[in-house]
Design a protein around this ligand. Structure first.
Ligand SMILES: [Zn+2]
Length: 507
C-alpha cells in the first residue's frame, strides 16, 4: 500500500553536463523548460556522479550503491538488489521505465528489476543506412579493403600517414550515400518517441501513484539534433550531410586535439541542440502531466549519468580515463509540490544520496542496503551536508556525509568484455574545494586539484599548503576502499557473477 500519494518522475539525460544547462548559468538557451522549473525547485550546485560512464553511474542513481562495491568485475545491478523501482513497486506504485536504447541499462545488467513496464528500445534502428565508413573502420576483407591496407602501410613507410588519412577520410565522405535527414543518421531513438510511450503508459496507470523513469540519449554522440533546435541556437540551418561530416571528423583517432579543436565549437553546437531537444520533449511531458492534473502530486527529478568532454583535457566523449569536472559534475534538479526551492548549499552531493532523498520526499522507507543517506532535511533547510558538526545527529534531521567519491575501472569502454572490467580502479575524492584523483595501482601518484584556484583542473596542486588537504582526501580514499571490502555483500556479488556467466554461456 502506498504510504504517500505523490508520484515520482525521474528523468536522466545521458551526457548532460551541468555547465551546459541554462539554470547553471550557461550562455546558450539550451534548457528553457528546466530553467523555468528551476525557479520552483531545489537545484544542487555541485551534483557529482558516483562513477562514469553509464555503467558505473547508474548503480548509485537507482540503487544508492557505489559502482564497484560488488567487485570491479561486476557491472550493473545484482539480481534481487533493492532499487528505487523495487521499493516503490512494493509500496504499491505503478512503475514504468523508458530508456532510449542504451545497452548498459538493460535487463542484461539488471535494470528492469522493479519495473512493471520496462522498454529499453534496444531494437531501435535508424530509418536508413546512411552511415559512412570512417578511417577507423576500414572496409573488411574485400579486395578493396586489402588494397587499401597495402596503400596505407606503403604511405606509412614513406612518412605520408597524415596525408593518407586525410585523403582517405575525404574519400569516405565523398562516397557516402547522400544523407536525406538526420533522423536516419541517429543511433538512438529521439526523446519524442520516448515521451510518446511514457504518455501512453501514464494513461494506462489509472489512479495509482506511479514512478516513471525516462532515460534520454539526445545529447549523446553521434550528435544529430533536429534542425529546428540547431537553428534556434545557432541562428542557421544545418544540412544532414554537414552534421554527418562533423561527427565523422570528430570521431577520427588520427587527429591531434589541436587539429580537432578547429571543429570543436561546431560540434558543441550540435551537442547543445540535442540538449534543447530533450528539454522541449520534457516540456511536453510536463505539460501533459499538468493537463491530466497529475503534476500537483508529482515529484520531478532531473539529472545525468555523466557529462561529456570537448577537448578540455584533450579528450572527447566520456571514456573512463579521467574524472575531471566536465565528466563528473551533472545537473540535479528536484521539484517537490508545495515546496519552494531554497538556496541549496554548494557542498558536493553524490548521486549516492539521491535515491534515499527521493524516497524520504515520497514518504517511503529506504532499504537498509542503500549506502547513501537522505539529504531531504538539509535541502529543505539549506543546511550543508559536509559539516562535521552535524555528524552523529539523529536519524531524522539534517545529515552529514563525507566527500563525494567517484570510481570506475580505468579505460573500461566495453563492459560486455569481462576482461576489460578488471583494469585498475580510477578513484576521485571531491569535497567542496579540492579533488584528489588517483589510480589504485603500484607506483601511482595521486593528484590534488584546487577547484577554486584552478577550476579547469590544469595544474595539480603541490607543496606545503595542500599537504594537509592531500592527507585528508587520501584518508577519505582509504576509508572508502576499506568499506568497499568490509561491506561487500557476497550474496549479491555471487548473483551478479552467475548472471554474467549465464550471459556469456548463452549469449
Ligand atoms: Zn551515459
Amino acid at each position: 500500500m502506498a504510504l504517500g500519494k505523490r508520484s515520482l518522475v525521474l528523468v536522466t539525460v545521458d551526457c548532460l553536463r551541468a555547465d551546459h544547462c541554462g539554470f547553471y548559468g550557461y550562455s546558450r538557451p539550451t534548457t528553457p523548460l528546466l530553467d523555468a522549473l528551476a525557479c520552483e525547485s531545489f537545484v544542487v550546485p555541485a551534483a557529482i556522479v558516483a562513477g562514469a560512464p553509464t555503467y558505473y553511474s547508474f548503480p548509485a542513481i537507482l540503487a544508492s550503491r557505489m559502482p564497484l562495491a560488488l567487485g570491479r568485475d561486476v557491472v550493473g545491478l545484482a539480481p534481487g538488489e533493492s532499487t528505487l523501482a523495487t521499493v516503490l513497486r512494493e509500496s504499491g506504485y505503478a512503475t514504468g521505465a523508458f530508456s532510449a536504447g542504451n545497452p548498459y541499462i538493460s535487463p542484461r545488467f539488471g535494470y528492469e528489476q522493479g519495473f512493471e513496464v520496462f522498454r529499453d528500445f534496444l531494437d531501435f534502428e535508424a530509418h536508413t543506412t546512411q552511415n559512412t565508413v570512417s578511417p577507423e573502420t576500414p572496409p573488411g576483407d574485400s579486395a578493396g579493403g586489402q588494397l587499401n591496407r597495402s596503400i596505407k602501410s606503403f604511405a606509412g613507410a614513406l612518412g605520408f600517414s597524415r596525408l593518407y588519412n586525410e585523403l582517405y577520410f575525404q574519400y569516405c565522405m565523398k562516397i557516402a550515400p547522400a544523407a536525406e535527414s538526420v533522423d536516419g543518421l541517429r543511433k538512438f531513438p529521439s526523446a519524442d518517441i520516448l515521451v510518446d510511450r511514457a504518455q501512453s503508459w501514464l494513461a494506462s496507470v489509472g489512479q495509482r501513484p506511479f514512478f516513471l523513469w525516462l532515460h534520454l540519449m539526445d545529447p549523446h554522440s553521434p550528435y544529430y539534433p533536429p534542425n529546428e533546435e540547431y537553428r534556434e541556437l545557432a541562428g542557421r540551418d544545418i544540412e544532414p550531410g554537414r552534421a554527418r561530416y562533423l561527427n565523422e571528423y570528430w570521431n577520427r583517432s588520427d587527429l591531434t586535439p589541436s587539429t580537432l579543436s578547429g571543429k570543436r565549437d561546431q560540434v558543441v553546437q550540435l551537442y547543445d541542440a540535442g540538449i534543447r531537444w530533450a528539454d522541449r520533449q520534457i516540456a511536453r511531458l510536463v505539460d501533459s502531466l499538468r493537463q491530466s492534473h497529475l503534476w500537483d502530486d508529482c515529484v520531478f527529478a532531473l539529472t545525468a549519468d555523466h557529462g561529456e568532454e570537448f577537448l578540455e583535457h584533450g579528450g572527447r566523449y566520456h571514456a573512463p580515463v579521467r574524472l575531471s569536472e566536465e565528466i563528473v559534475r551533472v545537473p540535479l534538479l528536484i521539484r517537490v509540490p508545495g515546496e519552494r526551492g531554497v538556496k541549496v548549499p554548494a557542498s558536493p552531493m553524490s548521486h549516492l544520496h539521491l535515491a534515499p532523498t527521493l524516497l524520504e520526499i515520497m514518504g517511503v522507507q529506504a532499504p537498509s542496503a542503500f549506502q547513501g543517506q537522505s539529504l531531504w532535511t538539509n535541502l529543505q533547510r539549506g543546511i550543508a551536508w559536509d559539516d562535521p558538526a552535524i555528524a552523529g545527529a539523529a536519524i531524522v534531521g539534517p545529515a552529514s556525509v563525507g566527500p563525494a567519491i567517484i570510481e570506475c575501472a580505468y579505460g573500461c569502454t566495453n563492459p560486455f568484455r569481462a576482461g576489460s572490467r578488471s583494469a585498475s580502479r580510477l578513484l576521485a575524492v571531491r569535497d567542496a574545494r579540492f579533488k584528489l584523483v588517483m589510480r589504485i595501482e603500484p607506483g601511482a601518484i595521486e593528484e590534488v586539484y584546487d577547484l577554486e584556484a584552478d577550476p579547469a583542473e590544469m595544474r595539480p596542486s603541490t607543496g606545503g599548503p595542500v599537504l594537509e588537504t592531500r592527507k585528508r582526501l587520501l584518508q577519505g580514499a582509504y576509508e572508502h576502499m576499506e568499506t568497499t571490502v568490509s561491506a561487500r555483500d557476497p550474496v549479491m556479488r555471487l548473483r551478479a557473477r552467475l548472471r554474467d556467466l549465464r550471459c556469456e554461456i548463452f549469449g
